[in-house]
Design a protein around this ligand. Structure first.
Ligand SMILES: Cc1ncc(C[n+]2csc(CCOP(=O)(O)OP(=O)(O)O)c2C)c(N)n1
Length: 935
């Protein structure tokens, strides 16, 4: 039986170096040198799984294995033609033998019964995958992989520092160095090492793999690899694979007219900017869903791991079905520091860290060290194991039908921050410290800094890496996968390449029959749910459509979808559970971050989806929306980035009908936030009824590269437009509702504009009052379904021309605008219009509580009575005639207050109001309570 071996030097080494530092022992690096002397020979221990903490003396077998690692002096000398590590890696100017302060620690445990993977329990045997070879790399592999790593490190430093002299073929001078040094070095060498090793397994096993790096500030790393793989030059021929191209590659980085310092849409192979930390795992899981052959290698920064969204990101494994989905291989990059602080995950005992990941259902493997050679070997062994486990898990689910939630492998990669940069600069610790986070060394006017930079870059021995022309030598380049297997060219990272249209049922088949404007009552959101049910059904086979919601799918009235699919769930399912299964396509998790991140990952890899959320709580992902909108904006400027499915939000349970929950749930401000973004990518729709909502939904699902925000209610409400009227209205974006207007053939006295379902209802009720009490008044009703129509045509592609705007809203008549959201947004969108001075907007003024639906609009002065009052106030020609009317509406508001305080519900004449019915007709009493929300 094979007992995994653990090389257990690093902690002890750290302890040694701490204590020696305290005692003033001479382990401090020599200033200007890059390597720290080895303070003590390694101690080797072997752990046996199932005996936590169990440490035994090592067996002959283990000793045999280890003898391949360590020469008699205790120095690492694995299989390099019997050369010592020092000989192999010693750099020209290094005064000492190399940093061997900590060697890898590989954790390979045979899992305990409790956490055994399903495949092992099913087959009743130990997985061969648990065996980690101590030296999986041949000497040649090791030499070449290390060379590749050095090349990528060289390019990372070069991008940050160099303007010219890219191959250092002449002595480095001040003018070769950029005047402004921007970028992040600290994370790059670790990312580079991982990339080289992922390439190895991709090539060996012909894997479909993409690479998501949480610390997207490691842009130099991914740009460098895309360049080394040739993809960069394919997309950007000017950046050729020669000395000239390398100079351009270096210059363009963080340079005006060039590329950003982060992984960005411009970076081939990326679907994750990573500038805003926290979303790596959610994106990774979103990408893995419905991509059965895809492995998403996902690096999580140990700083990033402190964020809230990332903390929940780990839980994606409760939703990943190994039979139909791919896999996420999380790699925690434990480089110890953030910008200026240590990361706590790097400062807790390893056992605690392991339990943390085990507790989340993973099987963690630890790779640890600062000696490149040892880390190469350990990482290779661990990756071999992880890939084998992933394939076994897939196989077990797909061939044996085992859908028990497996313990997916993950890797803890503990290497020094800024690895291989000068350990100290100007007497201050740099490598393996937070100072290496961005640009480790500035003040390049100082000649000694030029010398240090030159030494540092030459320590990668560029002359061994690049040929005469400046191209990566072919034997090193041959390590990269080819064609679409290159992570920088994998089509999953340019999802539009894989995008297929959804099969769409005809939305008109779901129309509410409107046999009189306002006559039928329906729940718009429920009608949308029925349509989505059939969209889901039509695309079940294509496996390219999912719905996402933070536990609000049913509350937002999409429950009909559950007739054709379940909610996805890989955790335990009880018999009494409602529509839960590993195969479900409704993704419900109570984390808006997770829903958003999953959906983004799903879209970015070429699929479709819709996110349903309570309007107030969508703010939780404001910033994620920002990042996605920025991504889309830039993608629109990059020809090779193919359009992807739009990010669709359905915001229901909105501000006006939060009767259950009150003030905390009342916030329509997301749209204010959304309209800040580039007009090219954002669309905001406020359908007033079910038929317009159906039409808008169809449009959103067919659109590309937008963020579509759709706001509509879920409560029973009057239905205004027939389907053909709805289609016409949506196509125009806003239109005059002639059936509600009385200005045909003449100039209107007043324009009653409305946007949003509740404001539309109140406007029509106000118009009816006006028609009854002031019949001579010419009233025009304009409804806005597409909010962006209000912006000038020069500012938004949907915007109305000034001429058309004036046509709808007149040049000089009062406009009373009832708006769903904060009123100032309408002013913001229209401030340049001719008639802006006459525009009076009513909307949500941050007045709310748990009260009746009508009282909500009264509190915010958006109700029919206030709207009528606004008309009277703005039409002086009504004179004294209107005084009685105004007094009557004030009396109504008093009556309303008295009524709700006595009965706890709205007056029947309000809640039962119908368009076209005389106010004297006794209304039917409709359901106004929302107790049905949870069904
Ligand atoms: C949400 C968010 N907060 C703050 C920052 C600023 N920031 C940039 S890098 C960084 C530290 C990241 O540390 P880590 O994730 O460990 O990455 P690495 O050490 O590998 O660079 C911080 C705080 C950010 N980019 N995103």
């Amino acid at each position: 039986m094979f007992f995994p071996i653990r090389f257990y030097r690093s902690r002890r080494q750290r302890e040694c170096s701490h204590s020696s530092r305290e005692s003033g022992a001479s382990t401090r690096p020599v200033p200007g040198s890059f390597y720290v002397p080895l303070p003590a020979p390694p101690q080797i221990r072997r752990t046996i799984s199932g005996t936590p903490g169990g440490v035994r003396s090592h067996s002959d077998q283990a000793a045999l294995q280890l003898s391949r690692f360590f020469c008699a002096s205790g120095r690492f000398c694995a299989k390099l033609g019997h050369r010592s590590y020092a000989q192999h890696f010693q750099m020209q100017d290094r005064p000492n033998t190399g940093k061997i302060s900590s060697v890898s620690a590989t954790e390979s445990r045979l899992c305990k019964e409790a956490s055994m993977t399903s495949l092992e329990t099913a087959k009743g045997k130990k997985s061969a995958a648990n065996e980690i070879l101590a030296t999986p790399l041949s000497a040649d592999d090791l030499r070449l992989m290390d060379a590749y790593w050095r090349a990528s490190n060289y390019l990372s430093v070069g991008q940050i520092y160099l303007l010219d002299n890219p191959l250092l073929r002449e002595p480095l001078k001040r003018e070769h160095v950029k005047p402004r040094l921007l970028g992040h070095w600290g994370t790059s060498p670790g990312l580079n090492m991982l990339y080289v090793h992922l390439n190895r397994v991709i090539r060996r096993d012909d894997l479909e793999m993409i690479y998501i790096i949480g610390p997207g500030h490691g842009g130099p790393s991914l740009v460098g690899h895309a360049y080394l793989e040739g993809t960069y030059s394919e997309f950007y021929p000017n950046i050729s694979q020669d000395a000239e191209g390398m100079q351009r590659l270096f210059k363009q980085f963080s340079f005006p007219g060039g590329i950003p310092s982060h992984v960005a849409p411009e970076t081939p192979g990326s679907i994750h900017e990573g500038g805003e930390l926290g979303y790596a795992l959610s994106h990774a899981y979103g990408a893995a869903f419905d991509n059965p052959d895809l492995i998403v290698a996902c690096v999580v920064g140990d700083g990033e791991a402190e964020t809230g969204p990332l903390a929940t990101g780990w839980q994606g494994n409760k939703f990943l079905n190994p039979a139909r989905d791919g896999c996420v291989l999380p790699i925690l990059h434990l480089n110890g520091y953030k910008i200026a602080n240590p990361c706590f995950l790097a400062r807790i005992p390893e056992d605690e860290l392991r339990k943390f990941f085990e507790g989340m259902g993973y099987r963690p493997y630890f790779v640890e060290g600062s000696d490149p050679e040892a880390v190469h070997q350990t990482l290779a062994g661990v990756l071999d194991t992880a890939v084998a486990e992933i394939r076994q898990i897939w196989d077990d689910a797909r061939s044996n039908g085992n859908l028990k939630r497996p313990a997916w492998p993950m890797i803890v990669f503990r290497t020094p921050k800024g690895w291989t940069c000068p350990p100290e600069i100007d007497g201050k610790k740099c490598e393996d410290y937070w100072r290496s986070h961005q640009v480790p060394m500035g003040e390049m006017d100082r000649p000694e800094h030029i010398r240090i930079l030159e030494q540092w870059m030459k320590s990668y021995r560029p002359e061994e890496l690049f040929d005469e022309s400046g191209r990566l030598k072919s034997e090193i380049a041959s390590l990269a996968p080819s064609g679409r297997r290159r992570m920088s060219d994998n089509p999953h990272a340019n999802g539009g390449l894989l995008l297929r249209d959804l099969k769409m049922p005809d939305f008109r088949d779901y129309a509410v029959e409107v046999n009189g404007h306002g006559a039928p009552v329906a729940e718009s959101a429920r009608m949308m749910g029925m349509f989505l049910r059939d969209v889901m059904k039509a695309n079940l086979e294509s496996r390219n459509f999912r719905l996402f919601s933070p536990d609000e799918n049913n509350s937002n009235r999409w429950q009909d979808v559950l007739a054709v699919t379940d909610r996805c769930y890989m955790a335990e399912i009880y018999p009494e559970d409602d529509h839960l299964s590993p195969d479900g396509r409704v993704m419900e998790v109570l984390s808006e971050h997770q829903c958003q991140g999953w959906l983004e990952g799903y879209l970015l890899t070429g699929r479709h989806g819709f996110f349903s959320c309570y309007e107030a709580f969508i703010h939780i992902i404001d910033s994620m929306f920002n990042q996605h909108a920025k991504w889309l904006k830039v993608c629109n400027e990059i020809p090779w980035r193919r359009p992807i499915g739009s990010l669709n939000y359905f915001l229901s349970s909105h501000v006006w009908r939060q009767d259950h929950n009150g003030f905390s749930h009342q916030d329509p401000g997301f749209i204010d936030h959304v309209v800040n973004k580039k007009a090219d990518v954002i669309r905001v729709y406020l359908p007033p009824d079910a038929n317009t909502l159906l039409c808008v939904t169809d449009h959103c699902l067919r659109s590309r590269n937008y963020v579509n925000v759709v706001v509509a209610g879920k409560q029973p409400a009057p239905q205004w437009l027939t389907m053909s009227e709805a289609i016409r209205h949506c196509a125009m974006g806003l239109s005059i509702w002639d059936w509600a207007s009385s200005d045909q053939g003449s100039e209107p006295d007043v324009v009653m504009a409305c946007c949003g379902d509740v404001p539309t209802l109140e406007t029509l009720a106000a118009v009816q009052l006006l028609r009854e009490h002031l019949p001579e008044l010419k009233v025009r009703v304009v409804n806005v379904v597409n909010l962006m129509k209000l912006q000038p045509a020069e500012e938004h592609p949907h915007g109305l021309s000034d001429r058309d705007f004036d046509g709808f809203f007149t040049r000089d008549k009062p406009i009373i605008f009832a708006f769903h959201g904060y009123p100032w947004l309408i002013h913001r969108l229209t401030y340049r219009r001719t008639n802006h001075a006459n525009l009076h907007v009513r909307g949500y003024k941050e007045e709310g509580t748990t009260t009746t639906p009508f009282d909500m609009v009264v509190l915010n002065e958006l109700d029919r009575f206030h709207l009528v009052g606004d008309v009277i106030d703005r039409l002086p020609q009504l004179g004294a005639r209107a005084a009685y009317f105004k007094q009557a509406i004030q009396a109504k508001l008093i009556e309303h207050r008295q009524h709700i305080e006595q009965y706890g519900d709205d007056m029947p004449q309000i809640s039962g109001w119908k368009w076209g019915a005389k106010s004297t007709t006794p209304p039917a009493r409709p359901r106004t309570s929302t107790e049905g929300d949870n069904v």
